[in-house]
Design a protein around this ligand. Structure first.
Ligand code: ACO
Length: 379
């Protein structure tokens, strides 16, 4: 084969590399289903705990199964003391870097270390689902010179996450929105971080390694980092009236409007609408309706681009919700990671089930057949 015969798929766009029975996405129609259940129903009717169970086990739980799963999650929230020491050593890191390091370190404390069976990976995934929120909020407090807050033994996953930020029990509305956000982020097919996790699992490395790598992939602004940048943009816009000029300025400088566009969705991201209502209600309730007005003004300014398939994505409305809940901007990406642990876990389990080394090719464009010149003879 000559290099002329090679068809490149840069960014692997449009390439199917394996099969999955977890998440269905129709990017043209804007449809997302976990295990065959539409995200619209799950966002409105399910909870994070139930959705996580569904993703991992393939079926919605009975009440007893859900109660047991919930109890297991609540029982796994504590972190080994040494993790707090590690977080203190790297307290000035970005929270995503701290999370990545702590998840990697947790591998050494896991009772199922060295066991990559499906059963052990499910147990590790459950523990990580509960430990990741504890890491994020422990680092948040340690960097502020405070002690980490002991996890609640009664609040649900979303409520406990918010509670561990400042030790205050969150409002029902804040908890419900956070819960919905976690449901919406729980899995999303072969996105960059899940693909990364699968590449690691493809070498038969363990779940902690795969999720550590997934967290690294998620941290970039083209993936999980967008919610943070949307909030930054909303602050810079300041008033809804400024949005059109701001957007025009970005686009005429060939810059991207954060929270818009998606590799797979060429219709509106089906997750975005569920958070849109949340921003509207929360910003009104908190007497700060301008945030919602700014976001809607950006959506209006981007309307001409919908013809090119550039619509709002899940990150567009998420940032303002976090902001209104008093969550600092650099915790926005870690929140995405908190929601995504079940998705990464099940994709690693699927990868293990019929494992194959993921090893694509690169088209070589460098020089060839060069003669080695001893260093004394180089000019
Ligand atoms: N603003 C302006 N133009 C855009 C945007 C955007 N947000 N997104 C895509 N485009 C344009 C590109 O400039 C490009 O135009 P061109 O053909 O004239 O050069 C065209 O649309 C196609 O863009 P690609 O980068 O090829 O599309 P790709 O599928 O690789 O990108 C991505 C997807 C990375 C998400 C992109 O849309 C983007 O950078 N968006 C902003 C960041 C963001 O919101 N990320 C969150 C993604 S969702 C998630 O991870 C949960």
């Amino acid at each position: 084969m000559t290099t002329d015969d090679i068809t490149l798929h840069r960014g692997l766009a449009g390439v199917y590399f394996d099969r999955s029975a977890t998440t269905f996405i129709d990017g043209k129609e804007g449809v997302l289903e976990y295990r065959g259940y539409n995200i619209d129903e799950l966002a409105e009717l399910s909870t994070f705990e139930e959705t996580a169970y569904l993703l991992i086990h393939g079926e919605l739980p009975t009440q007893t199964q859900l109660d047991n799963y919930d109890a297991d999650l609540k029982g796994a929230r504590e972190l080994p003391e040494q993790i707090f020491d590690i977080l203190a050593l790297i307290k000035d890191s970005h929270p995503m870097d701290a999370l990545r390091t702590a998840v990697s370190a947790l591998a050494g404390f896991d009772p199922d270390r060295n066991d990559n069976s499906a059963e052990a990976t499910i147990r590790k995934g459950l523990r990580l689902t509960s430990q990741v929120p504890s890491i994020v909020m422990a680092h948040h407090n340690i960097r502020a010179g405070k002690d980490p807050i002991k996890p609640s033994t009664t609040l649900n996953h979303a409520g406990n996450f918010l509670y561990m930020m400042d030790g205050k029990e969150p409002s029902a509305q804040a908890m419900n929105l956070m819960d919905k956000d976690f449901v919406l982020h729980a899995d999303h097919g072969s996105n960059a971080s899940a693909f990364t996790a699968r590449v690691v699992a493809g070498t038969a490395a363990d779940l902690h390694g795969a999720i550590t790598a997934g967290i690294a992939a998620l941290s970039g602004p083209s993936h999980g980092g967008a919610a943070e940048n949307v909030m930054q943009m909303a602050r810079e816009i300041g008033k809804a009236e400024n949005a059109a000029d701001y957007v025009q300025d970005l686009l005429s400088n060939r810059k991207r409007v954060m929270g818009f566009g998606h590799r797979v969705y060429k219709a509106e991201d089906p997750r975005a609408g569920h958070l849109r209502e949340g921003v509207k209600d929360l910003s009104e309730e908190m007497g700060q309706p301008e945030w919602y007005r700014i976001l809607e003004a950006v959506v209006d300014a981007m309307k001409p681009y919908t013809r090119r398939g550039i619509h709002v994505n899940v990150d567009f409305f998420a940032g303002v919700i976090y902001y209104l809940n008093g969550i600092p901007q650099d915790l926005f990406v870690p929140i995405f990671a908190v929601g995504r642990i079940p998705g990464w876990t099940i994709q690693v389990i699927e990868q293990f089930e019929h494992n194959i080394l993921i090893r694509p090719l690169l088209q070589y464009t460098g020089k060839r057949n060069r003669k080695y010149v001893p260093i004394a003879e180089r000019g």
